[in-house]
Design a protein around this ligand. Structure first.
Ligand code: AVI
Length: 322
């Protein structure tokens, strides 16, 4: 699984945007930070560790599900497809999928990090030498990053969005993202997308509060990053990692809780923390099949079918653009 919400790139403009977002997020009545900032170099490495952690069932469940249903998924996609991947990952799954497809047209990965894209392209070219690759550097939530697609003729386009990444978008933003996908597809084109499903809160909370404390390090790295990049003085020992399931919102929320009243300075600006006050750092939405089908419909897709694991923990959905 990958960190599709990466924020690795180009320094100066990025720095001021980061400062603006941090001050805005911490200046409100309830403190929040955009989750994309969790994924700097250290954060992305920690995320890879999370994916391998025993308590984080999502990655291995998704991999098993893909492996078991690959032939079926490839048949559903059909022949001559151009695979589009917003937020290219380590390519393991797209590689399996492309290898299984009948006469694939090619691969269009997008990512904010040129290094990730180069690695993805090199890997596909090495393992699947006949496959044409058009890679695009940029934030896939921005329409311009999709523009080059219109110059590539293909019988069918299929957006591939694994990793339960849709779950990190707020409901309204996730509809907007689906609409962006749909706007770049023609009627009958496909979307292959994965979601983590609603389940026992104990299992969910353990996944985000793992016994090896990797998620805690991942969450707290955000404060280290702000210290490092924005001349701040967060004391990590004054914050605790907290992750809990909110049943009404159907999401696990990740927070950093201030253990006592204190002040922090960020680029010379003082931010006050009360005892028990939290910074909301990430939301991970969980879905029922019906709930996700409704979301797909709102975003311009017709749900076609889905695949679930035996314990109904995770799902791969195939939908068609209307
Ligand atoms: C990237 N994303 C799908 C992960 C998730 O499960 O929502 C991010 C994550 N945050 C903490 N653990 C994993």
């Amino acid at each position: 699984m990958r960190a599709a919400l990466s924020s690795v790139p180009g320094k100066q403009q990025q720095g001021s945007e980061f400062l603006r977002d941090v001050l805005e997020g911490l200046g409100g009545k309830t403190k929040t930070l955009p989750c994309k900032y969790l994924y700097d170099e250290v954060g992305s490495r920690l995320f890879e560790e999370i994916c391998a952690a025993e308590d984080y069932y999502l990655t291995r469940t998704e991999t098993d599900l893909f492996t078991k249903n690959l032939g079926d998924i490839a048949r559903e996609i059909g022949s001559g497809a151009l695979l589009i991947e917003p937020g290219a990952g380590n390519c393991e799954k797209i590689e399996m999928l492309i290898a299984e497809l009948n006469a694939p047209r090619g691969y269009y990965p997008m990512d904010i990090s040129p290094e990730i894209l180069q690695a993805a392209e090199a890997r596909i070219k090495c393992h699947l030498p006949g496959i044409q690759v058009w890679s695009e550097v940029g934030d896939f939530t921005q329409p311009a990053v999709w523009d080059k697609l219109s110059t590539i003729p293909s019988r069918k386009r299929v957006v591939f969005f694994p990793g339960s990444t849709i779950g990190n978008f707020e409901p309204q933003k996730s509809v907007q993202l689906l609409e962006l996908f749909a706007a770049n597809l023609g009627a009958g084109d496909g979307l292959l997308i994965c979601t983590d499903l609603v389940k026992d809160s104990v299992v969910l909370e353990r996944a985000y509060h793992d016994s090896a404390h990797v998620t805690e390090r991942f969450n707290k790295n955000l404060l280290c990053r702000i210290n490092r990049e924005l001349d701040a003085n967060f004391d990590l020992s004054l914050f605790a990692h907290r992750a809990f399931y909110h049943p009404l919102r159907q999401r696990v929320e990740m927070h950093l809780v201030s253990l006592r009243r204190h002040d922090v300075s960020i680029a010379g600006i003082r931010v006050e923390f009360a005892e028990g006050e939290t910074i909301h750092t990430e939301s991970c939405h969980k879905y029922t099949i019906n709930g996700f089908n409704a979301l797909l419909s709102k975003g311009g897709f017709k749900p076609i079918r889905h695949w679930k694991d035996a314990s109904e923990s995770y799902a791969i959905h195939y939908a068609q653009a209307i």
